[in-house]
Design a protein around this ligand. Structure first.
Ligand SMILES: N[C@@H](CCC(=O)N[C@@H](CS)C(=O)NCC(=O)O)C(=O)O
Length: 222
């Protein structure tokens, strides 16, 4: 049987969730990168929402990162989702929260005026506060065993070193549990290897192209 084939974009955080899950499980896979600014026809024919990730499994096409992660989890070891229905539902809910966090980050780095920029920063900070209030002893979401929630948050935390390099700092001040979780994820091989060398430069270039408040501040400080 052919190996799963992941259709990717180089800085997409949702794609990274699938890659992290595949790497944690040691599942061999093929990866094809596309340019979302210039989507190939074969991709548009394949992807019902025109979004990555898409995972091809034989002739079948899966889309939506949470669905892809659960499919991989149900078909390969080790299991990263809890088996208890309540715990599993809770993990799914926090994966949704990670997606909301990615939206907040997007709103921050594309914000076109100071008001939107400040509101997006406050929104991210309130989400970090919420995380601080639910985390346990760590270092991971559910203690010491890696879960799909960790796979969803690895790409979320990857934004912060880049934002810090652009002068936006202080995200983890007073949030030691979130900091410990972010550090644990960002040093984990599956999370590190989910992007290629040059990721930070590519994200920085993407942010600059958006020409928002953050891009202008970076330009003015140089
Ligand atoms: N809910 C989707 C979100 C995926 C998503 O938004 N992917 C972005 C790239 S990170 C995309 O393909 N956007 C389409 C576009 O930019 O045209 C998932 O979890 O897979």
């Amino acid at each position: 049987m052919s190996v799963p084939h992941l259709i990717s974009f180089d800085i997409c955080p949702y794609v990274q969730r699938a890659v992290i899950t595949l790497l944690e499980k040691g599942v061999p896979f093929e990866r094809t990168y596309i340019d979302l600014a210039n989507k190939p026809d074969w991709f548009l024919a394949l992807s019902p929402l025109g979004k990555v990730p898409v995972l091809k499994v034989g002739d079948e096409v899966l889309f939506e990162s949470a669905v892809i992660a659960e499919y991989l989890d149900e078909t390969t070891e080790p299991r990263l989702h809890p088996t208890d229905p309540l715990q599993k539902a809770k993990h799914r809910a926090w994966i949704e929260f990670a997606s909301a966090g990615l939206m907040s980050l997007w709103n921050f780095y594309v914000a076109a005026d100071d008001k939107a920029f400040a509101a997006a920063r406050a929104d991210i900070e309130s989400k970090l506060d919420r995380l601080e209030s639910v985390l346990g002893d760590g270092p991971l979401f559910a203690g010491t065993s890696f879960s799909l929630v960790d796979a969803a948050f690895g790409p979320f935390f990857r934004y912060f070193p880049v934002l810090e390099s652009l002068g936006e700092t202080g995200w983890f001040d007073g949030r030691p549990k979130v900091k410990r979780w972010a550090d644990a994820l960002l040093s984990r091989p599956s999370v590190r290897e989910a992007v290629q060398a040059g990721y930070a430069d590519k994200l920085t270039a993407f942010i600059k192209k958006k020409e928002g408040v953050l891009a202008a501040r970076v330009a003015n400080s140089r």
